[in-house]
Write a protein that binds this ligand. Structure first.
Ligand SMILES: *Cc1c(COP(=O)(O)O)cnc(C)c1O
Length: 386
């Protein structure tokens, strides 16, 4: 065979940095602040609902669109938090996590040669799915210290081939929460050029500064927006992989076409449990946010004390830092050495950038961990100070 086994349009995808860094955490026994998953479970009553569903026979293929009660619960949640109406029959699609929703949306909407404008650093699955669709990503770089999108750069990035603007707010890894003014400017570009917006809002309930505004609520945007969210981050069940898409009927029909051949359906006992979770009172959502705000501040203080430049995130699970003040220049090298040096694992953000100059000194730490774990990590990192 004189051709590489991996299809050439997937060149450069390699293995994810999370696999490498999590393996380092295991072999060194370091505290893993790399991958973004909580180390405590979500609400017991939601676990009980899943157990009860399993005992009650929710163990076979659920309907391809998701069970009716979960679609209804998603629609009720949109109404309750954003005053937005989606028909649970035809405007809501349940997916295998946000990850499948992203893949299904991009594979459905993109043709080979199309361009996708996305905020850079990119969440890693966007780059992979755009490549699988044979399309091309065009980054709009979020730069330190404030990581705001340059709207002129965004406008200039539009070409004849642009089909989709891919958003992520709150943004992983920078913690940027797009403002109403920024969203209005992006919406104006989408409307002017007749583009579709695919927006990943899995951290919608984890906003510490500012306000989460779904772009689909802006005038003229509902009809051209595919909104993606998930139960993983909101309910601390990242392993359950229940996600969803809200969009007008024609867009849902397109996304369903690919989704049905990716997994068809999944998560039978988890679907009724997440329907229960989505109906938890506001106090649950407020409590989760305040707990994580406290953890953000705890870790941020420790990282600052360790001598790093800390960019306080407005939302998400993550704090972005710059390692330059410690005398390091290369985040990848730093992250490969940190487990041995200090017993902590972090993620080099350069892997999420095309613009490697900007990404090189940036390192991401996750704070979705127990307070004792964060305190131990902070005490280990203190000794980074020269
Ligand atoms: C965690 C994460 C996802 C994946 O969500 P799942 O529901 O676990 O598939 C998607 N997008 C972003 C930005 C994330 O951080």
């Amino acid at each position: 065979m004189n051709r590489p086994l991996l299809a050439r349009h997937l060149d450069g995808l390699g293995t994810t940095i999370f696999a490498e860094m999590s393996a380092l955490a295991r072999t060194t026994g370091a505290i893993n602040l790399g991958q973004g998953f909580p180390d405590t479970d979500g609400p017991t009553e939601v676990i009980e609902a899943a157990v009860a569903a399993m005992r009650d026979g929710a163990n076979q293929y659920p309907p391809g669109d998701g069970i009716p009660d979960l679609r209804l619960a998603v629609a009720e949640h949109r109404q309750r938090f954003y005053d937005q109406t989606f028909d649970p029959d035809g405007e809501v699609l349940i997916t295998t996590g946000a990850t499948e929703a992203i893949a299904a949306a991009l594979l459905a909407l993109l043709e080979p040669g199309d361009e996708v404008i996305a905020l850079e650093p990119f969440y890693d699955s966007y780059a992979a799915c755009i490549a699988m669709a044979g399309a091309r990503r065009v980054g709009v770089t979020l730069r330190p210290p404030h990581f705001r999108p340059d709207l002129d750069e965004l406008r200039a990035a539009v070409t004849e081939r642009t089909r989709v603007i891919m958003l992520n707010t709150p943004h992983n890894p920078t913690g940027t929460v797009l403002t109403r003014a920024e969203l209005e400017a992006i919406a104006a570009v989408a409307i002017e050029h007749d583009l579709i917006v695919v927006t990943d809002e899995v951290y919608e309930h984890l906003v510490y500064t500012g306000e989460h505004i779904p772009i689909s609520t802006l005038p003229g945007m509902r009809e051209r927006t595919v909104t993606i969210s998930s139960a993983g981050k909101t309910f601390s069940f990242t392993g359950w992989k229940i996600g969803w898409v809200c969009a007008p009927r024609e867009l849902i029909a397109a996304v369903r076409t690919t989704k049905q051949f990716l997994t068809y359906t999944s998560g039978a006992p988890f679907q009724p449990a997440i329907a229960h979770a989505l109906r938890l009172p506001d106090t649950y959502f407020d409590g989760l946010r305040e707990d994580l705000r406290h953890k953000r501040d705890l870790l941020g203080g420790g990282l600052r004390a360790a001598g790093l430049t800390v960019y306080e995130p407005q939302g998400t699970y993550f704090t972005t830092t710059d390692i330059t003040p410690l005398g390091y220049a290369d985040g990848l090298d730093f992250c490969r050495r940190l487990p041995e040096l200090r017993g902590v694992v972090a993620i080099p953000e350069v892997v999420f950038f095309d613009n490697e100059e900007v990404g090189r000194p940036l390192v991401r730490f996750a704070f979705c961990k127990r307070v004792e774990v964060l305190e131990e990590a902070v005490s280990r990192l203190k000794r980074l100070e020269p």
